[in-house]
Each structure stands twice: as C-alpha cells, then as structure tokens.
Design a protein around this ligand. Structure first.
Ligand code: FES
Length: 360
C-alpha cells in the first residue's frame, strides 16, 4: 500500500477485482483509492406536475400543438411576405421591408418549433432516468473478425475487386458526375465577356482622378497630410451612380491612400515613380480571401486585415509581414495632374484580391 503525497489518501495498484470489469492493468500504471467516494446514485425521483395532474398534462399538450401550429403560420407568413413585399430594383427600402418580413416569418416558424419540442420533451415525454454504462470503443475480436468476413463477402459477391473494368469505370463516372456543375456555373458569368478578364482588371485607367469614397470628391496631393489615410474610388465611379454593376466595380477598384515621409518608403527601383512625394495607393482588397483591409497603424505603417489578421508593410510595397495572405497588396501607380489632383497612371499592374488569380 502507498500514500498519495497530495491528499494522504490510501491508494493501491488496481486489479481486476477492484474495477469490477475484469480488465488487466499493468502494475503501477493504474491505481484506485481505497476510500474512494461511493457512487451516490440518482437523487430521489420527483414527479412532474404533468405526471400528477391530468388537467396540467392536457394543458401542456395544448401548448405544444399550439406552438407547432404557430410555426406553420410563421412559415406561411414568410411565403406571403416574399410575395407581398417584393424587392424593387434600386429601392433600398423595399429590400429592408422584404428582409424584415421574411425574417420575422421564419423566426416565428423556427422559434415555435424549438420551444414546442423542448416543452414536449420536458413536460410530456416519458420521465425516466437510466444509466447507460460506458463500454470499450474497440469491438471484440469476434466482432472485428465478423466485420472483415462481411467485407470480404460483399467484395466477393459484388465482384468489386475482381471486375476491374466495372470498378474503374464506376470510379471514373463518379469523378465525372460533378463536372457538369462546373460548366453550369460558367453560365452565371456575364455573357460575351471573359469572367477571368473581368476579375483581372478594374475600372482604373490612366488619368482617372482619385476621389473620396463615397462622395466622389477628387483629392489634391496637398489634401493628404502625413499620417492620414483616405478611402478612394475612381472619380468616374461616383458619377456612374448606384446603377447596375456599381458595387462590383467598386469592390474591385477600392483603394487606400496614405502619406508617409518620403524617406520612410523603401521602394523598388522599377516602382519609384508609382508614388508621389510619400503618397502611396494600394488596393483595399485583401489578397487572402478578399476582406477590406482598412485598419492603418500610423506609427508602424502597418495595414491590418481584420478577417484573419494579415498585416502588410506600407513602407515596403505592402509586403506581407504576418498572416495567411500570400502576396502583397497590389499598388496603384499614381501621379498628379496640372491642377495638383492625384490621378492614376494606369490600372493595377496585377489582379487585385485573393491570390488564386495569380494562377491565370
Ligand atoms: S481576408 Fe484578409 S487575412 Fe483573410
């Protein structure tokens, strides 16, 4: 016999008699306390009111089916709301009303099912506590041998292993089956335009003025003080208005503009003229999975993507210094025009957004 140094409890190596399961333990690896707390068992069973009073039971039953009927009403309301409050293009109020009414209907439907099911379980279903003993996860040798036997039998009867032509053609068919979906997805892309090209290019063109988002006011270099940051769109995008395609174009062309001390910038030789007097412009679309990178840390000149914490070094062409993004944020080459407004020299020289576009 030994003594547990921490508790002073008497302990001894477990044997088959102490566990009661006939399990063999290596001496010294399993111990049981001699005065271990006995299993107190279940507390005395307390009958529910619905078990004692038939009237209460009836009430509970009524509540449950009322909730389920309420759920049906919620579902019907959601369908009716979809028809009664249609989305009218360019009417944001109609979108809100449509979402609100459908949401309320669905919320009622789901909530009523949930509450009804819980109430049913707690108040009416059989109230009996039972013990389900744990058992070893591994099957017995007999069970395992039988499983192998069944597997072999199925293999023999189906000829899966023997008829290699059938087996291989089936594997081929299963691989080919999802391919139509890929082709059908292609149909979702705009007609007569290459979707890859659409995603590779943004609406920035040489001479486009950089403008504030969302007002569309052009920005002069003198407006951008050291340490400031601007959210920028092409000026011509603001004039397009909220028509079809506005959001798609904005999602690709959105830019962050910052001004640093020119001596803080470490620029590659071939990109030295992409900035103007310490003002640099970078795509705001994270190269990981496309979240907006909008957190600028002025002191360290780091940009942080809030989605998965990728960090980019603005002093060094937005190189990735932390996180899952695989490439720097693309830089928009900028200059100024005769009036001192900031303009783009061209589109981005590489695709914006998630890195997988680099494969094309
Ligand atoms: S989307 Fe920016 S880190 Fe994931």
């Amino acid at each position: 016999m030994a003594q547990d140094g921490n508790s002073g409890t008497d302990i001894a190596a477990a044997d088959s008699s102490s566990t009661g399961h006939g399990t063999e333990h290596a001496v010294g690896t399993a111990v049981v306390a001699r005065d271990a707390v006995q299993n107190p068992g279940f507390p005395p069973h307390r009958a529910r009111v619905t078990d004692l009073d038939p009237k209460k039971e009836k009430n509970a039953e009524r509540t449950v089916y009322t909730l389920f009927y309420l759920s049906i009403v919620g579902s019907v309301l959601a369908i009716a709301a979809y028809m009664a409050f249609p989305i009218i293009p360019e009417d944001i109020g109609s979108v809100r009303m449509n979402n609100l009414m459908i949401g309320l209907g669905l919320a009622l439907a789901l909530l009523a099912i949930g509450i009804g099911a819980v109430h049913w379980g707690k108040a009416l279903m059989h109230d009996q506590e039972g013990i389900d003993m744990r058992h070893p996860v591994r099957g017995s040798e007999d069970t395992r041998a039988r499983a192998v036997e069944i597997f072999d039998e199925a293999n023999r009867e189906s000829g899966f292993g023997r008829r290699s032509l059938i087996r291989n053609s089936l594997i081929g068919a299963l691989i080919a089956f999802p391919l139509p979906a890929i082709v059908l997805f292609r149909g979702l892309a705009p007609e007569n335009e290459n979707p890859v090209d659409l995603l590779k290019h943004t609406m920035w063109e040489a001479g486009d003025k950089l403008a504030r988002d969302p007002s569309g006011l052009p920005i002069k270099a003198s407006d951008v003080t050291i340490g400031s940051v601007f959210h920028v769109i092409p000026e011509k995008l603001a004039s397009v208005g909220h028509s079809e395609g506005y959001l798609e174009e904005k999602a690709k062309a959105i830019v962050l503009l910052m001004r640093l001390k020119p001596e803080d910038l470490v620029e590659d030789e071939d990109k030295k003229d992409w900035s103007y007097d310490g003002i640099v412009a970078y795509s705001k679309v994270c190269t990981h999975v496309g979240c907006p990178v909008a957190l600028y840390e002025q002191q360290t000149h780091h940009l942080l993507c809030p989605c998965h914490q990728s960090q980019f070094d603005v002093t060094n062409h937005c190189a990735v210094i932390f996180g899952p993004a695989a490439r720097p944020l693309p830089q928009l080459p900028i200059a100024i025009d005769d009036e001192g407004y900031l303009i783009a020299q061209s589109d981005f020289r590489e695709p914006v957004g998630p890195s997988f576009w680099e494969r094309h």
